[in-house]
Design a protein around this ligand. Structure first.
Ligand code: ZN
Ligand code: ZN
Ligand code: ZN
Ligand code: ZN
Ligand code: ZN
Ligand code: ZN
Ligand code: ZN
Length: 1754
């Protein structure tokens, strides 16, 4: 170690190395003043080890510190060599049954939703996997760092507190045994001494505040003039600010500045300059000056180096203590004792206290070190945990105040330890009773909110940013309150009662400050000028919601407490509103002979507040009382007589009236703040302790007063009293033509008031209000949510209120009310309401928003229509009220209510003008329905002798009283039944009348006295029934007809959409459903189809007509006509790559002539298949370009496509494209000359071609010598003895029109440009090579997809693929006509030479290093360049066939050379056939040629099998290639899946079924060829094992395998640290799904430079792994990331689903996630199909915000 360090830091003091730990410890053992001795040692050595220069050398420092400083401590402690001492201690140690593992950032944590006492109880992954909870309902989250595993803590878990591992440690636990008894006494004594000294030293030095002076006993004799300029972290300044400032202040590079800033951010401080005082002071002043402009300056100190040295050692020491106590629980106990021992200064002077109280003064690094020590010592020792908890509680106020004024995040504050203490039930209880913790927390909280108005209420009006920031920090106290309350007591002691109630008092004080806060007054005339602050108050309310609920839960557990709390709450409410009548005029209201005294108060004119937490708490407690027995057994204990119902209802009623008025548009001028407040008042996050409780409070009030009185007060508060107390109000309204707005307003108010009455009577699903339990309540919520529409799990969860444990209780009941429908390939799993639950639907469910209500109404009516039922939505049957609320139902049959009903019905009957609304009527009908249901229930449940006092039916049968003598309600309903304008409500009225009659029958059967006045209606009814039946029948027929037409319409619509989907959104899916059958027309079925060669099946010429998508003109595809083009996208690809490490280094020099069989980088061409005129496309593209340029100048916007790179969107389908392919006829027909009968065989042909090549070579050589005249040329040619019929001077005429020629060049250049990433150059000789290569590569990639999906080769292919392959192949075949003939000939010669040896080429690859399909395509497509000068009568077809046979033979040899034919346990099934004997013979030849380097083979059978398997992909690709080239349809047998494909392919390709016979037929040349191939040095090297080669068939590439359980990925990522910043955890670990590399994404540390720009790790990786395209999984976010190039990217839904069939992007819900194989396959398919870029394009077009993201920084 040392030797390594020496060259780097030469100045290691020799005296340090000579220092002996044993001797030092020995000296200490003898010492009388140990403290002085140790301090002297430290004073001498610490500055010699630490802080010797501008940069720390942690390795060297650690080594020396261990040797010189810690070593002696360990020796002293053990009294012997610690190498022996510590193991002894470890043996005596009793391993803890607590896990206590401290979580790293990003580590997965698990909480059991069934067994955890609260959601803060978590397990580490290891413990979780070994626990019973893995089979329970659990939640998974990633830790933010800090906190520890609760395994083994019996208080944290209701069940299964231990995992398998920690269970072992519990077996012989005797509680409370002192761990010190296991340690030798002398060790205990020495440990105590040394811990006391060292702990004290660490605390003293870390909390030391002087900058250049040490504590006296550490001061050195000679002091150097070396200082540090120390920069501290704050949360105010940004990274960029700090980096910029540092570059200026200390004159460093940006890289150094980034390094400093990163360390400051991580550790909390970093020295940025080292030198004499002056030098450092200077840097300090620059930094301060530069950062103090807008905010407070960065904290900088100039500190003497020796202080920094001691502080660094202090930190080291704390970590050392942490590791030493890991050896023994005894040592741990001693450390706890030392830490908590009171110091000389009395109270708060223990070391632990001193650290805590200085917490906010320490820098981040120091804080986390000592917090960790606390966690591994104090919190792991059961006895001292309690003592520590007491210290924590005693210091609570100070700690919180420090935290509030500090600016660091909570996780870096000691206050954050509250969660570890307060959530332990026994500790929380102890702290409440002994330290009065509840009161302390609440008081501390209130101390920090000092802004009050004149009434003492909180005031948030003029909140500054700083106060808002502070307010946010104060909120953490509410969290503490929640922790303390979260586990409810099972037993109450008197102490607990007393202290809880004391806390309750404090809590009421808090609520009192909220009661009536933020009051508002209606703005009339002008709109308000400034939106008032409202968020602070609501934030407070929202944060307190769970605390308020929990306070009630606590009260519910003990009757004594409940009664006391109720009394206290009532008293406080009286204080708030005792004199609520003060200053307001008393008035008397009277309707129908009832009258009541109240006050004059108008919500629309006076102040009103939404915040009424005291009233609402009382409502909550009242319900609890109603649930308890005490209310009935000992009502005298309750202060019920003190209740004044009018006082109780007043404020909640005002609040509800406010909502109604806002809805009626009366508060429009008060702006959005009010709208928002009303929204939150009803919102699921707040309503439980706001809206819901207001309803309960009104219910409480009504049940205690005369309902007539209540209704009159209500009418008055709604400002509707006049309307209903004046009988002719409606008429008067019409005659006077009152202002229309006012009428509208009143209508809405009446509707709202009726709605409120419906709620008061109907909402009985709170236990205590109605006779229900909690399950009924949640069931009802779910039923109503699902009545709106089917919902996904997460959607449903969001719509239900969560309790303090984040539970909704939904899982336990969902099965009972809903069916689960599994998700498909996209989308989510959905819950659907069970049909039998529909009858519980209440249209006026109080948690519906207006929009939800109307959606639900529509959905339910539709459902009823579908079931052919009437569409009435009558009120559901309700559970009975609890006794305390029982009298509430009488409101329905009260006189005032009947009067209201009658009035509204009267308006409806008269139906003149606009003074009424249908909604009003609908609500009245609903109320009547409710009353009937109620009466029916009463009758059904009545006991024998009881009289049913609910007589609604009788009351509505009576006509109205004088003076107006209106008809009875019943009669009016009958009239309305036939009103033509009430068609929608007819079914409901009918239902009411039916129910009325049913009740009457029930009454008649139970009593003998007939109900006289109803008789008339009965007779009337029977005649009407007939009439009704007839009408109904007609209506039914009409309805059926309507439905049929609708169905037809929607069918047509669907069809239309489907068709257009095909048009606009053609996916590359290979589904048979939306695809066209290949070449359906040329029918030549009775002959054997042959794709190539002289015997090629002749296809009748076909005329092809296409339509341009831009001008809609139709045109025939002809050689001489204008070019038609397909939009196309060319991209580089590594999808087929077998070697991802290979990158094209210098594209300018790269030679793409031969493709290596590893296919490491290919060029893929895809197309959406949309056809345009070339000139139409040109015009379109020019306009896109011009538009883009204008737009960029104006807005500097990005688009999803890069115009400068030639990109555009297909004008029809918006598919990303970057070029166009010309559409051509089969080009061979254009060039092919007549066939002569006599065609050469392979041997002859090779000879001829070789001669022609030789001739060409000589010619080229001569041409390159300039001084030879052209006339001489021909002479030489004669001399040369040209092969017969070969005319090298002949230059064929290009048959294509200029427009087509231009497009051939355009597309060729595009492939060249993109494929090689070079500047376009149409003359480059590599252009034709790139065209052929892209053709070959694209065919290969499609062959792979078909094969992977087990699809037949020529099965139905989507049109776009088919069109693309056809055009691409024909283009590649025609391209030579626009290239230089000599260039193409040159390529041919060289390609040919790779198989047929030619001395002129020395540098050709060996056959192991050539992809044979690429070679085939190149040779075939280059051949015409040679053939066009050959007039000997050899047909092009013959040439094709021989080329094909030759390459096939080479491929067979390639396969045989590389096959690993070890006997693989499979036995030969049939006796050796012809093929097997042949292949065996061929193999023998091969062995001879290679000098027996080739392994011995097991059998011909095995060989033949591997040849057949290996060559299949090649044959399949060839079949596709020749098919598209020559247009010969494939035999129908290959178009379906089958087994005989090998033979069929051979026939189609005119190959013998016994491929080996190719060699036998041409034996004379075969031997020569094989010899030349095998003699290559590379082949030898391969056979001798010196190099690798690709073997066949190549396996398809797949995305990496992903684990089934997502948490193992999280775990893997949490162990991953940034590869560049030494062991730091990566913030955004991201997994490459192609190769499995983990990257540190989205972070400064891992940015690299790529083409002159800084890019993130992912973008950099795409360039090496995917040639610019990447597929990643962001592990922390559970999100798939697609990247393409530097500017394109999008997020894609991950292949992980929870049990409810939903993804969890961002890991917010924490449900366990499992791999969905189908979805993962879909991603893989996108990759295989080269559709990633296209997918990004579509995503960006759909969501423009994605365009602006800096994808390259990911
Ligand atoms: Zn654990
Ligand atoms: Zn465990
Ligand atoms: Zn469990
Ligand atoms: Zn056109
Ligand atoms: Zn298109
Ligand atoms: Zn990094
Ligand atoms: Zn990769």
């Amino acid at each position: 170690m040392a030797s390594e360090l020496e060259p780097e830091v030469p100045a290691i003091d020799q005296s340090l190395l000579e220092c002996s730990a044993e001797e030092t410890a020995g000296k200490w053992l003898q010492s009388t003043d140990l403290t002085r001795e140790v301090y002297q040692h430290l004073a001498h050595y610490v500055p010699k080890i630490y802080c010797r220069g501008p940069n720390p050398f942690p390795q060297k420092e650690d080594m020396l510190a261990q040797h010189v400083l810690l070593g002696p401590l360990e020796w002293y402690l053990c009294g012997e060599d610690p190498a022996f001492g510590f193991p002894k201690l470890e043996q005596a140690n009793k391993p803890s049954h607590l896990c206590g593992r401290v979580f790293k950032v990003g580590e997965p944590t698990y909480s059991c939703r069934d067994c955890a006492v609260d959601p803060t109880c978590v397990l580490c992954m290891e413990c979780f996997l070994g626990s019973i909870h893995r089979d329970h309902r659990y939640r998974m989250t990633t830790s933010g760092g800090g906190g520890f595993c609760d395994c083994g803590d019996t208080e944290a878990w209701k069940e299964g507190p231990y995992c398998e591992k920690h269970e072992l440690n519990t077996s012989e636990t005797e509680e409370e045994e002192d761990p010190l008894v296991h340690l030798p006494e002398d060790v205990v004594a020495r440990t105590y001494n040394i811990f006391a000294i060292m702990f004290h030293y660490a605390v003293e030095i870390l909390t030391w505040e002087k900058e250049s002076e040490l504590p006296a006993d550490l001061e050195m004799v000679e002091k150097s003039d070396t200082y540090y300029c120390m920069l501290f972290n704050d949360e105010v300044h940004t990274y960029e600010q700090v980096i910029y400032t540092l570059q200026k202040a200390v004159n460093c590079t940006q890289k150094e500045a980034i390094g400093f800033a990163t360390t400051v951010d991580r550790d909390g401080r970093r020295s940025v300059r080292y030198g004499d005082f002056q030098y450092c002071e200077q840097a300090k002043s620059v930094i301060v000056r530069n950062t103090s402009r807008q905010t407070k300056p960065l904290k900088v100190q100039v500190m003497h180096s020796s202080i920094v040295a001691h502080q660094n050692f202090g930190l080291k020491l704390l970590s050392w203590l942490g590791s030493i106590i890991g050896y023994s629980d005894g040592l741990r106990r001693i450390l706890c004792q030392v830490g908590l021992q009171e110091g000389p200064d009395g109270e708060n002077s223990s070391l632990v206290d001193r650290l805590m109280l200085n917490d906010s003064k320490l820098w981040k690094g120091a804080r986390s070190v000592y917090h960790q020590l606390f966690m591994s010592s104090l919190l792991m020792d059961l006895k001292y945990k309690k003592l520590f908890a007491v210290r924590f509680a005693k210091n609570y106020e100070r700690l919180q105040s420090d935290y509030v004024t500090d600016d660091h995040d909570r996780e870096f504050s000691v206050a954050d330890l509250s969660v570890q203490i307060f959530t332990v039930p026994s500790l929380a209880r102890m702290l409440i009773t002994e330290e009065n913790l509840l009161t302390i927390i609440i008081k501390t909280f209130m101390d920090h909110l000092r802004h009050r108005d004149a009434q003492g209420r909180f005031q948030f009006e003029r909140y500054t940013a700083l106060q808002a920031f502070k307010f946010r920090r104060v909120q953490s106290l509410i969290l503490d309150l929640k922790y303390v309350l979260i586990s409810k007591p099972t037993e109450w002691s008197d102490d607990l009662r007393q202290k809880f109630l004391e806390g309750f008092d404090a809590f009421l004080e808090l609520l009192k400050c909220m009661q009536g806060m933020d009051p508002i007054t209606r703005q009339v005339g002008q709109h308000i000028e400034m939106e008032p602050e409202w968020e602070a108050a609501f934030t407070l309310q929202m944060k307190l919601t769970h605390v308020i609920s929990m306070m009630q839960d606590w009260c519910a557990l003990d009757e004594k407490v409940l009664i006391e709390a109720y009394k206290k709450c009532l008293a406080v409410l009286m204080q708030c509103h005792g004199g609520f009548t003060d200053g307001e005029q008393p008035i008397t209201l009277s309707i129908c002979g009832h009258s009541v005294e109240t006050i004059r108060y108008c919500v629309s004119q006076e102040k009103v507040s939404i915040h009424l937490p005291v009233s609402r708490l009382l409502a909550g407690l009242h319900v609890l009382l109603s649930k308890s027995e005490v209310a009935y057994k000992f009502p005298e204990l309750l202060p019920l007589s003190e209740l004044s119902p009018p006082m109780l209802i007043e404020h909640p009623l005002r609040c509800l009236v406010l909502c109604a008025q806002v809805h009626a548009g009366m508060w429009r001028r008060n702006g959005f703040s009010l709208v928002n407040q009303i929204y939150y008042y009803h919102n699921v996050k707040c309503r439980r302790e706001m809206f819901d409780k207001d309803i309960i409070m009104l219910q409480t009030g009504v049940s205690m007063m005369d309902p007539n009185h209540f209704l009159m007060i209500m009418l008055s508060r709604f400002e509707l009293y006049q309307i209903f107390s004046t009988p002719d109000y409606g008429k008067r309204l019409n005659s006077e033509m009152t202002h229309k707005d006012v009428v509208q307003q009143n209508n809405t108010l009446i509707e709202e008031m009726l709605y409120l009455i419906i709620m008061l009577v109907g909402e009985r699903f709170t236990p205590g209000v109605g006779q229900v339990n909690a399950t009924d309540e949640i069931k009802r919520e779910i039923i109503h949510q699902l009545s709106i529409k089917p919902m996904a799990h997460s959607e449903l969860v969001k719509s239900l209120p969560e309790d303090e444990n984040k539970e909704t209780g939904m899982e336990s009941v969902i099965e009972a009310v809903a069916h689960f429908k599994k998700p498909g390939l996209t989308g989510k799993g959905m819950y659907e309401l069970k049909p039998e639950c529909a009858k519980e639907f209440n249209l006026y469910f109080y948690h519906f928003s207006r929009a939800e209500q109307s959606k639900a109404e529509e959905a339910q009516r539709k459902l009823k229509r579908q079931n052919r039922e009437d569409t009435a939505l009558p009120p559901p049957i309700l559970p009975p009220f609890c006794p305390l609320f029982a009298s509430l139902v009488n409101i329905l049959q009260s006189d005032v209510m009947l009067c209201i009903m009658r009035t509204i019905l009267q308006w409806a009957v008269e139906h003149n003008g606009y003074a009424w609304s249908e909604s009003m009527l609908q609500r009245v009908l609903h109320l009547i329905g409710m009353a009937l249901q109620e009466e029916k229930q009463h009758l059904e449940n009545v006991m024998e002798e009881h009289v049913v006092t609910f007589t609604f039916t009788q009351k509505i049968s009576k006509p109205g009283e004088a003076p107006n003598n209106s008809p009875s309600i019943l009669a009016m309903l009958e009239t309305l039944q036939n009103a033509p304008y009430l068609e929608v409500h007819k079914d409901m009225i009918r239902w009411i009348l039916k129910t009325f009659n049913a009740i009457k029958k029930m009454r008649e059967s139970s009593s003998t006295s007939p109900v006289a006045e109803a008789e008339g209606t009965i007779t009337e009814e029977s005649s009407r029934d007939k009439d009704k039946a007839e009408r109904k029948r007609k209506a039914e027929i009409a309805r059926l007809r309507r439905e049929k037409i609708m169905a037809q319409m929607s069918e047509m619509q669907r069809h239309f959409i489907d068709e257009n989907k095909e048009l606009f959104q053609q996916t590359l899916g290979l589904d048979a459903s939306n695809s066209a059958v290949l070449d359906n027309s040329p029918m030549v079925s009775d002959v054997t189809l042959m794709a190539l060669g002289p015997a090629q099946t002749q296809v009748p010429k076909q005329r092809q007509f296409v339509t341009c998508i831009l001008c809609q003109e139709e045109q025939e595809v002809k050689v001489e006509s204008k070019a038609m083009v397909l939009a196309a996208f060319v991209q580089r690809s590594t999808v087929l790559s077998k070697n991802r490490n290979k990158v094209i280094q210098d594209p300018e020099k790269y030679d793409p002539l031969f493709m290596h069989p590893d296919l490491s980088c290919g060029t893929h061409t895809g197309s959406c298949g949309h056809i345009m005129h070339a000139h139409c496309w040109q015009r379109y593209f020019d306009s896109v370009q011009a538009k883009e340029q204008r737009r960029q100048q104006r807005l500097r916007l990005h688009t999803s496509y890069d115009v400068e790179n030639g990109e555009f969107l297909c004008p029809l389908c918006e598919c990303l494209s970057n070029t166009v392919i010309p559409l051509l006829l089969p080009p061979r027909n254009v060039f092919n000359k007549l066939n002569f009968s006599d065609q050469p065989n392979l041997t002859q042909w090779i000879r001829t071609v070789s001669q022609q090549i030789k001739a060409l070579q000589i010619l080229r050589k001569e041409e390159s010598i300039p001084n030879i005249a052209s006339s001489k040329n021909s002479k030489n040619m004669d001399k040369l003895q040209l092969p017969e019929g070969f005319r090298p001077d002949f230059h064929p005429k290009n048959p294509y029109s200029d427009s087509i020629k231009e497009m051939l060049t355009t597309f060729g250049t595009a492939i060249y440009k993109v494929g090689l990433k070079v500047h376009p150059n149409e003359e480059d000789p590599r252009v034709p090579l790139m065209c052929w290569g892209s053709c070959a590569y694209t065919i290969q990639s499609i062959e792979r997809i078909l094969s992977d999906e087990d699809k037949p080769l020529f099965g139905p292919l989507p049109c776009r693929l088919d069109d693309c392959l056809r055009s691409l192949t024909r283009f590649a075949a025609a391209h030579w006509t626009v290239a230089l003939l000599s260039v193409v000939q040159g390529h041919f010669c060289k390609l040919f030479a790779s198989l047929v040896p030619d001395d002129n080429y020395g540098d050709l690859p060996c056959i192991l290093d050539i992809d044979m399909f690429h070679l085939l395509v190149g040779l075939v497509l280059a051949l015409p360049a040679l053939h066009c000068q050959d007039f000997s009568g050899i047909s092009l077809g013959t040439g094709d066939l021989h080329v094909f046979h030759l390459v096939t033979m080479a491929h067979i040899i390639q396969i045989l050379l590389t096959s690993c034919t070890e006997a693989n346990g499979m036995d030969q099934e049939t006796p050796a056939g012809e093929e097997e004997l042949a292949v065996l013979a061929l193999y023998k030849t091969l062995r001879q040629c290679t000098g027996s380097a080739l392994k011995e083979t097991p059998s011909g059978w095995h060989l033949w099998r591997s040849v057949r398997a290996g060559i299949m992909p090649f044959l399949r690709c060839s079949a596709l290639f020749f098919h598209y080239l020559n247009g010969v349809p494939a035999p129908p047998e290959i178009q379906v899946s089958g087994t005989r494909h090998f033979e069929l392919l051979c026939n189609y390709l005119s190959l013998p079924n016994n491929l080996i016979s190719l060699f036998q037929e041409n034996s004379e040349i075969t031997k020569l060829l094989i010899e030349s191939w095998c003699q290559n040095i590379e082949v030898k090297r391969y056979l001798e094992g010196e190099r690798d080669a690709i073997s066949y068939p190549r396996e398809s590439n797949k995305l990496i395998g992903l684990p089934e359980d997502y948490s193992s990925l999280i775990n893997q990522a949490s162990n991953f640290s940034c590869p560049k910043s030494g062991g730091d955890k990566s913030r955004a670990p991201t997994l490459c799904l192609v190769c499995g590399t983990l990257l540190c994404s989205q972070s400064y540390c891992c940015q690299t430079e790529l083409e002159g720009e800084d890019v993130g790790a992912c973008t950099a990786h795409t360039y090496s792994c995917g040639s610019g395209v990447g597929i990643f999984l962001r592990v922390r976010e559970c999100q798939v990331l697609f990247l393409a190039g530097k500017t394109k990217g999008c997020f894609y839904s991950p292949p992980y689903l929870d049990d409810y069939g939903e993804t969890d992007q961002g890991l917010r819900r924490g449900n366990p996630l499992h791999l969905c194989k189908e979805r993962f396959k879909k991603i893989q398919k996108l990759w295989h199909q080269h559709s990633i870029t296209e997918e990004i394009g579509h995503a960006q077009e759909a969501n423009q915000t994605l365009v602006g993201v800096d994808w390259q920084h990911l």
